[in-house]
Design a protein around this ligand. Structure first.
Ligand SMILES: [Zn+2]
Length: 487
């Protein structure tokens, strides 16, 4: 049968919904009649996957690109905030290629194109409309805890998903897919990997028949060959499995190591010999069950894509006040705005000038200072008055920190774990109101007075608190007086 799987025509078995290629079209039609199926041709789709196309070609990914474009065209008609866009990118766009990513190696050009689609959608860029990408995509792809939005890098995610097959190869000895691969490429000693393998797995010793004593990692992160190279050179059993170098004592009950070396040790080698014995003595196989692989990145020893992805991605050394941004119960679009502001990247005049716009930097709120993120949201007299007003409502004193980032760091849960629900909303609420007022003054040439802004702060906070069930007050006045910590 295998020799006939290279023809140009194919059957579609209508009962089993599968198609089989054969060499001669004439016999294909005869067989099709007997089997009551139709003749198809390559390339074709099987279980949603392209069949008969070289798996490395970029065209394999065309259906994914088409589906993404289709999704986008239906979303384009909707008005979506940044928060809504983020939700759609995470829930839909980045999940579309997952099935393909778990089977094929993604070409770099395709990964770049898919990420470009995600990036443009997130920031609202399209053919008709240019929008700035406010934060670098590399940062956007960090986890939330380190200042990103938790969107996955496709190339790394692809590696992590494909890693599952490497893991399964060592554990699913009887499965058909594994037998096909082992037949085609051969398998390494112990059957953990195919013949060509670049890295070793960690493993747990059962009966010791699949684990190589010197080469596999079964005593920790390194093989014994690497830990004790001098002893390895002298060993008579360089390729032995663990079970080959274990024997029973004369009484037949106690297992002991039976390592053989082709010469006596020199004095300088004795220390290594004792140390190796100390290392392996407690690990002598008890003979229970078979050897199995062990995933060191998880406590339960089982493979999972997330831990592998995080390792491939590498540790991101970056501290970010993520709880203050994402744990506060504020609308998603406001949280997204605060996230951008903490990165110092909202489009204030100084940032626009850094992007090449020729402007006069003048704060439209106070007409006194240059407009920077920290000035506009914290230190501008109008913003400052709103902050002071808010502290009065809560009946507290507060020294304003220098930057938006520092403020978010020290703000959240300052009133304690149980009293902070509404308090945690305040920075998002105030910054959002100052920002919308700034945009109103810049683009619509209208403005609200300080008293109106204070009332807006009260109302917004009241609405959000009621929405999340943090307050059952029926009037704003009642709500505001309930906030004071003096009660
Ligand atoms: Zn100002």
């Amino acid at each position: 049968m295998s020799s006939s799987l290279n023809g140009t025509s194919a059957f579609n078995n209508t009962v089993k919904k599968c198609e089989v290629t054969i060499q001669e079209p004439s016999s294909a039609y005869a067989l099709a009649t007997i089997l009551r199926c139709r003749v198809g041709s390559l390339p074709m789709k099987y279980l949603g996957m392209p069949l008969g196309t070289p798996f490395k070609t970029a065209s394999v990914w065309n259906p994914i690109l088409e589906r993404m474009e289709k999704k986008l065209s239906s979303w384009k008609r909707l008005y979506l905030s940044k928060g809504g866009r983020l939700t759609l990118v995470k829930s839909t766009l980045s999940c579309l290629p997952t099935y393909y990513l778990s089977l094929f190696v993604i070409p770099v050009a395709v990964a770049d194109r898919l990420e470009q689609i995600q990036r443009n959608f997130l920031w609202g860029t399209s053919e008709e409309c240019f929008k700035y990408s406010l934060v670098a995509w590399e940062k956007v792809c960090f986890p939330l805890e380190t200042g990103g939005l938790g969107i996955r890098k496709l190339v790394h995610f692809n590696k992590a998903l494909l890693g599952k097959w490497l893991w399964r190869f060592g554990r699913e000895e009887t499965r058909l897919w594994r037998r096909v691969i082992a037949y085609k490429y051969g398998e390494g000693q112990g059957g953990w990997t195919t013949n060509l393998c670049r890295r070793a797995h960690g493993c747990v010793v059962g009966d010791g028949t699949r684990i190589l004593f010197w080469h596999d990692k079964w005593v920790g992160d390194y093989s014994l060959k690497r830990l004790y190279p001098q002893l390895y050179v002298c060993s008579n059993d360089k390729e032995a499995c663990i079970s080959d170098v274990v024997c029973y004592q004369e009484d037949g009950n106690v297992r002991i190591w039976n390592l053989r070396f082709h010469r006596d040790f020199h004095e300088r080698e004795l220390e290594d010999a004792y140390s190796s014995l100390e290392c392996i003595q407690p690990r002598i196989p008890r003979g229970g069950g078979s050897d199995t692989s062990h995933w060191c990145l998880k406590g339960n020893g089982k493979f999972d894509t997330r831990s592998y992805y995080n390792t491939i991605r590498g540790a991101v050394v970056s501290i970010f006040p993520w709880k203050g941004v994402w744990k506060a119960k504020i609308p998603k679009r406001v949280a997204f705005f605060v996230w951008t502001a903490v990165h110092g990247q909202i489009l204030t005049l100084d940032n626009l000038m850094l992007r090449g716009r020729i402007l006069v930097n003048w704060c439209c709120m106070c007409h006194r200072n240059e407009e920077t993120v920290d000035h506009l949201l914290l230190h501008c007299p109008i913003a400052h008055s709103l902050w002071v007003y808010m502290f009065q409502i809560f009946g507290t004193q507060w020294v304003m920190p220098g930057s938006v980032e520092s403020l978010v760091y020290c703000w959240s849960f300052w009133l304690g774990k149980f009293n902070s629900d509404i308090w945690n909303m305040v920075p998002g609420c105030l910054k959002w109101i100052v920002w919308t007022e700034r945009n109103r003054r810049s683009f619509e040439d209208t403005e609200k007075s300080l008293v109106q802004l204070q009332a807006l702060c009260q109302k917004t906070l009241f609405d959000w608190a009621r929405c999340w069930g943090f307050s059952d007050c029926s009037t704003i006045l009642e709500f505001i007086s309930s906030l004071s910590i003096a009660h």
